[in-house]
Every structure is written in C-alpha cells, then in structure tokens.
Write a protein of this length. Structure first.
Length: 66
C-alpha cells in the first residue's frame, strides 16, 4: 500500500484504489521501455506540441514525422 494514498484517502478507500493498480517493474538500464519513452518524448516535442482536432490529423502528423 502506498503511504500517500492513506494520507489522502480514508484507509478503506485507499485500499480499494490500490487494488486497482497493477505495478510492473522494469530494468532501469537498457530497457526497451526507455527507448519508447525517449521516442514518445521527441515526437511530443516535435509533432504533438499543440491541440490536434481529430484522430485523422494526428495520424497524418505522426506518419509524416516517422
């Protein structure tokens, strides 16, 4: 149980919220997740740094970026 949840919520509600979480631990070095996070960060900064009206426009922007 996360200590912060017990400080924010009453114990029964905090327990219910914590049971809904599924935590996955990944290696900190050499993980494919690090590569994915870096790529998403770059695409966010170069391509998705504004509000995009619809999914078709977003797909076109991402396809162009790739």
């Amino acid at each position: 149980m996360c200590k912060v949840e017990y400080e924010t919520f009453e114990p029964p509600e905090a327990r219910q919220l914590a049971e809904r979480l599924e935590i996955h631990y990944t290696p900190k070095q050499g993980s494919w997740l690090n590569i994915a996070e870096i790529e998403l960060s770059v695409i966010k900064g170069q391509c998705l740094d504004r509000r995009i009206a619809d999914i078709a426009t977003m797909r076109a922007e991402v396809a162009t970026w790739e």
